[in-house]
Design a protein around this ligand. Structure first.
Ligand code: ADP
Ligand code: MG
Length: 392
């Protein structure tokens, strides 16, 4: 079977007629808990997954940048000094290049803004991260590109600076108003650990997940319902959070605690209050999950994970019937905890299950989807994996 790393090399050679200078990769991620808290300056607890995006990259002497992907028909090529005419993308506008190409080109542009300069490059991309499934193929393509250019252009940025480069590309070159979680998880992930991230300070600490020692597994249940990335519900939820923070007279919802909720309820309309309550309680659940993981291990976090799903379903209203079915069926079939993960409106749910019941839970969810007339889900296990690095 061709690996995505081989596919990236092959694509590079087909494009240029020579071998790449190197191959770099970055993983997708699953968020264990802490949803829609990142852009509220709050807490998240994601981990990197074994699925990765590879960038085979080589230099060229003519000051141009060309990007190709196994997912796209044609390569896209521009002069490096033209990037600043393409980006930033005006709010709400389509990028001036094919959307997928704005992710890697936007990384090059953001690196230039951070002071990096270098010769032209060819970039060939291949990936086994499911796209649009809430597993952050976007952060993976950004992280692989950023890691490669950081080295080839000798920019000497550290991993969290590269995460911010990726985010800038996604926000300003692609025009998707996402937070910093995905890029940080993809850049800083470590094997068998989750990344406890304070999105205000970007302070990041690894928390051991000890999945294999405890006999547990994490199941990803991709509903195959594609979420829309830059529009609609996500932006609306962000606006509600900003409104809630303004009413509470704080810079962000990070500064509202569970004890402040009764006062918040008196000050705002019901919808805004429920959006606020999700974020505030979710931040607390992340802190409680980290405490429970450290003190007792992953068996102790099931109820917190389920409470997170309920809050997203009822208060933040970002779940869909497919995600609810996956979660409810997994729990009925014996999962310790389950929740939708990612931005919502589609994408994947996760379940924490005994290794011995992976098959049973998977079969139950597949059967429930068939019975409801949903598209068959894509179900697989993931282990917390390493973040971005050079492969060859
Ligand atoms: P998610 O991050 O949940 O997978 P997003 O909508 O944030 O979903 O990002 C998916 C987009 O990222 C794709 O539509 C495409 O534009 C781009 N992308 C991701 N991986 C690749 C790839 N390997 N090749 C080309 N484009 C990619
Ligand atoms: Mg994404």
């Amino acid at each position: 079977m061709t690996t995505p790393q081989d596919a990236a090399r092959t694509l590079f050679e087909k494009l240029t007629g020579h071998a790449p200078a190197g191959v770099w990769s970055a993983p997708g991620r699953v968020n264990l808990i802490g949803e829609h808290t990142d852009y509220n300056d709050g807490f998240v607890l994601p981990f990197a997954i074994p699925h990765r995006t590879y960038a085979a990259v080589g230099m060229r002497e003519d000051g141009r940048i060309r990007v190709a992907s196994t997912f796209a028909e044609e390569a896209v090529e521009v002069a490096l000094d033209e990037l600043n005419t393409l980006f930033p993308t005006a709010t709400g506008a389509e990028p001036a290049v094919q959307e997928w190409a704005a992710y890697p080109l936007g990384v090059a542009w953001a690196l230039q803004l951070a002071g990096a300069t270098g010769v032209g490059v060819d970039i060939a991309i291949a990936s086994d991260v499911p796209v649009g499934a809430g597993l952050s193929s976007s952060a993976a393509i950004e992280g692989a590109t950023a890691s490669a250019l950081n080295e080839l252009w000798d920019a000497q940025l550290d991993r969290s600076a590269l995460a911010r480069i990726g985010r800038r590309s996604e926000n300003e070159a692609v025009g998707a108003p996402t937070g910093i979680m995905d890029q940080m998880a993809s850049m800083l992930g470590e094997t068998d650990a989750a990344l406890f991230l304070d999105c205000r300070t970007l302070d990041a600490n690894l928390v051991p997940l000890s999945m294999s020692e405890t006999g547990l597994a994490i199941l990803v249940m991709d509903t195959r319902v594609k979420h829309a990335h830059s529009t609609g519900g996500y932006g609306e939820r962000r606006a509600s959070c900003e409104r809630g923070a303004a009413i509470m007279r704080v810079p962000s919802l990070r500064d509202v605690s569970v004890d402040d909720l009764p006062r918040a309820k008196e000050l705002m309309d019901d919808v805004t209050f429920r959006r606020v309550r999700h974020v505030v309680t979710e931040n607390q659940r992340v802190l409680d999950t980290v405490t429970a993981l450290r003190a007792q291990g992953p068996r102790a976090i099931g109820a917190l994970i389920v409470a997170s799903h309920v809050s997203m379903r009822d208060d933040f209203e970002i779940s869909i019937p497919e995600l609810d079915t996956a979660v409810e069926t997994a729990l009925t079939a014996g999962a310790i905890g389950a929740r939708m993960t990612g931005g919502g409106f589609g994408g994947a749910a996760i379940a924490l299950v005994e290794q011995g019941s992976v098959q049973q839970v998977s079969d139950a969810v597949t059967a429930a989807f068939a019975a409801s007339g949903f598209t068959a889900p894509h179900i697989f296990t993931v282990t917390p994996a390493a973040g971005a690095h050079r492969d060859s």
